[in-house]
Ligand binder design. Structure first.
Ligand code: SAH
Length: 251
């Protein structure tokens, strides 16, 4: 653990920064950020906290855009190792939780393989918190007793139970929405299952759109959904205050 700072001995902390709202950063994350010599930051990490860093702390932005990786993963891994070996205290600030679809496991493994001390600080994942920001509990008595979190970048939606009482949370789902919905419907999902898209969770311009699974691709196109967004499919969506104003186009 990077607790006692020994001069010249670097470390890496893989820190989950939560969904973007600085208040959802953990105390451990704040402690490590305050001690960082360098912060290597993702696009969806809570950038507001960067204003609070120690004087002289460096910020390296490796933010990725959908479909366009500005800095390849290998280069990020190499950067973390190189800086820690040079004796720096490195905070790798990631969005949400580092181990939920965030490649944190690979970064931790790269550090360990290079003999660099690494601490992983869990964060508030967008998979649970962004639905919560829209008033959607991922489980709810009588509506859902479990949930799955998958990336829409692969055909994983076909591996989740096609049940309205098992909540499906899709990350990175905007550009593959039509394909994900077709896979779900082909797998036996009820077309009338409630669905929600929460864009820019916790930001001032957060937007929640609710509809039915069968209408989801059309509605998303109609309202102009853009990333980042979390997509929730399941009966729990009906708990959201936004459900009352759901969009259901006439067939
Ligand atoms: N490790 C992260 C997820 C990384 S994948 C976590 O635990 O949250 C990036 C995806 O997270 C985005 O494509 C989007 O689906 C989701 N996401 C992250 N922050 C978000 C936010 N503030 N609002 C909406 N979606 C968000």
């Amino acid at each position: 653990m990077p607790d006692a700072d020994v001069p010249g001995t670097g470390w890496v902390a893989l820190v989950g920064g939560g969904p973007g709202e600085p208040g959802l950063l953990t105390l451990r994350a704040a402690q490590l950020l305050a001690r960082a010599d360098v912060v290597v930051v993702d696009r969806l990490a809570p950038r507001g906290v960067l204003a609070e860093l120690a004087p002289g702390a460096e910020v390296v932005d490796v933010g990725k855009r959908s479909g366009l990786h500005l800095v390849p993963q290998d280069d990020i891994d190499a950067l973390l190792v190189e800086r820690a070996r040079a004796g720096q205290r490195v905070v790798r600030l990631k969005g949400g939780d580092p181990y939920v679809l965030g490649r944190g496991g690979e970064e931790a493994a790269a550090c360990r393989a290079a003999g660099v001390t690494v601490e992983v600080v869990p964060g508030v994942t967008s998979a649970i918190s962004v639905p919560a920001a829209a008033g959607i509990p991922v489980t709810h008595r009588g509506l859902a007793r479990g949930f799955s979190v998958v990336t829409a970048h692969e055909d994983l939606v076909e591996t989740v139970p096609a049940r309205r009482d098992h909540t499906l949370v899709l990350l990175m789902g905007v550009s593959h929405l039509e394909r994900s919905v077709s896979i779900l419907l082909a797998g036996g999902a009820d077309p009338e299952t409630p669905a929600a898209v929460i864009e820019r969770g916790y930001r001032d311009d957060q937007r929640v759109t609710t509809t039915l699974l069968r209408c989801l691709p059309d509605v998303a196109q109609q309202v102009g959904v853009t990333a980042p967004a979390v997509i929730v499919i399941g009966d729990v969506v009906t708990v959201s205050p936004a459900w009352g104003s759901r969009t259901v186009p006439h067939p």
